[in-house]
Design a protein around this ligand. Structure first.
Ligand SMILES: [Zn+2]
Length: 419
């Protein structure tokens, strides 16, 4: 086929997929209307039944992580978003906030299937023995990824987070050839192994979930003989996009509605180079807690729609370039500025503040709280209160001035890594 006709057929295939996504999303939104939280949130926008959903999809308000957390505060434990009988819940995951995330057995199977598709595309196969290094308790990550690896037929070593030496021993003793990891943890393992002068049998890595240096993958291939491919997903909907063997971006998943918005205006926007857009996802299938138009906070700055040699017609993006919203993750914990405000209010402090997330030379994440005005007398009380609320250590610094409506969270890890 000529390039042009190839291009056209890929685009045709993807637009057929998109119409199916829109139908699925409309059905999911109709199920969401069965919950008080969605019904109330959508009432003002005039979204109240299947017709208004079908005719006016773009009017459906976006859902922010902060909204989910706020609704749980007001109406625990599920913030009036539970859409199935309690008895249908198979797993409840607990994220800081707190945020309780219920899943039926079918929900979890589908999330696992999305990760299985991602991991297969990242090169994992049934004959691989895999060290699964994401967290097994409370959060969904390892439960879903472990299940996905079993679906593929891999041999799984449920290593979980931390304990570098144990991971290194197990990888060497068991001849583990593949790993699922955050890029920074994988790089750490490789560095320690190099220092010990004992290379690892690892040959494949599926990496995700963290801002990684754009050169990291090339470095791993060159220095360690590891083929690393990347996938991107969220706890709420599972895998969203993943690399193929061509290594030219992450293809969007086909059974998920993905929209893009300008993070500043909240209006739908095309992903083009130089102006970052935020990824918004709608789960087509989730039963226990519908997820409709969730703002992920994750930004991309371009979408490649031309054909890929792998044959997958789904458009692809190169990497997550940063976070848009007033919420980010440090050491796996959500940083919610609202919690700082609560501590200030309890101490009767009215000062502008801004949280800064930085990455030190030795790749440690540092959370600094800048407070406008002269040093406070009860700084130790404030520090302890904020640390307890965020479940993270902070540094406090006083600055002359901060704007009244300026950002309350700046993720400097993102700015520093933009290329
Ligand atoms: Zn491809």
């Amino acid at each position: 086929m000529h390039t042009h006709s190839k291009e056209r057929s890929a685009q045709d295939a993807w637009s057929r997929t998109q119409s199916m996504q829109r139908e699925g999303a409309a059905a999911a939104a109709k199920r969401a209307l069965g919950t008080a939280a969605y019904r109330d949130a959508w009432a003002d926008a005039g979204i109240s039944d299947a017709d208004s959903i079908a005719n006016n999809w773009d009017a459906i308000p976006f859902l922010k992580k902060e909204d989910l957390i706020e609704s749980v505060r007001q109406s625990p434990p599920y913030g009036d978003r539970l859409a199935v009988p309690q008895s249908d819940i198979a797993h409840v995951f607990v994220a800081p906030g707190p945020l309780y995330m219920p899943y039926t057995a079918g929900d979890l199977d589908r999330i696992a299937a999305s990760f299985a598709a991602a991991l297969l595309s990242c090169g994992l196969q049934a004959s691989d023995t895999v060290d699964q290094t994401t967290m097994y308790n409370w959060v969904i990550a390892a439960t879903a990824l472990d299940k996905a690896l079993l679906q593929i037929g891999c041999g799984v070593v449920p290593g979980g987070v931390g304990q570098t030496d144990r991971h290194l021993d197990a990888i060497r003793d068991l001849g583990i050839n593949a790993i699922v990891a955050f890029p920074t943890f994988l790089e750490h393992l490789l560095e320690v192994a190099s220092q010990q002068g004992q290379p690892l049998p690892l040959r494949k890595a599926a990496v995700m979930g963290e801002l990684s240096h754009p050169d990291a993958k090339a470095r791993m291939r060159r220095d360690h003989g590891i083929e690393a491919r990347e996938f991107y997903g969220t706890a709420d909907v599972g895998a969203v996009a993943w690399e193929c063997a061509e290594g030219c971006g992450m293809h969007l998943r086909d059974d998920l509605l993905v929209e893009f918005i300008d993070p500043a205006t909240g209006l739908l926007a095309e992903p083009v180079a130089g102006s970052p857009v935020e990824i918004v996802v709608t789960d087509l299938h989730r039963q226990a807690m519908p997820i409709i138009r969730l703002r992920t906070g994750d930004l991309i700055d371009g979408l490649e729609t031309g054909p890929c040699a792998c044959g997958n017609p789904a458009p692809r993006f190169s990497r997550i370039i940063g976070r848009s919203s007033e919420i980010t993750k440090v050491k796996g914990m959500f940083v919610v500025p609202r919690l700082v405000q609560d501590v200030f209010a309890a101490q009767d402090i009215q000062r502008n503040f801004c949280l800064h997330v930085r990455r030190s030379e030795n790749q440690q994440d540092i959370l600094a709280l800048a407070v406008a005005g002269p040093p406070l007398k009860n700084i130790q009380v404030i520090k302890a209160g904020v640390e307890a609320a965020l479940r993270l250590k902070i540094e406090i610094e006083f600055v002359d001035d901060l704007p009244d409506h300026g950002p309350r969270l700046v993720d400097e890890r993102v700015i520093g890594q933009k290329t």
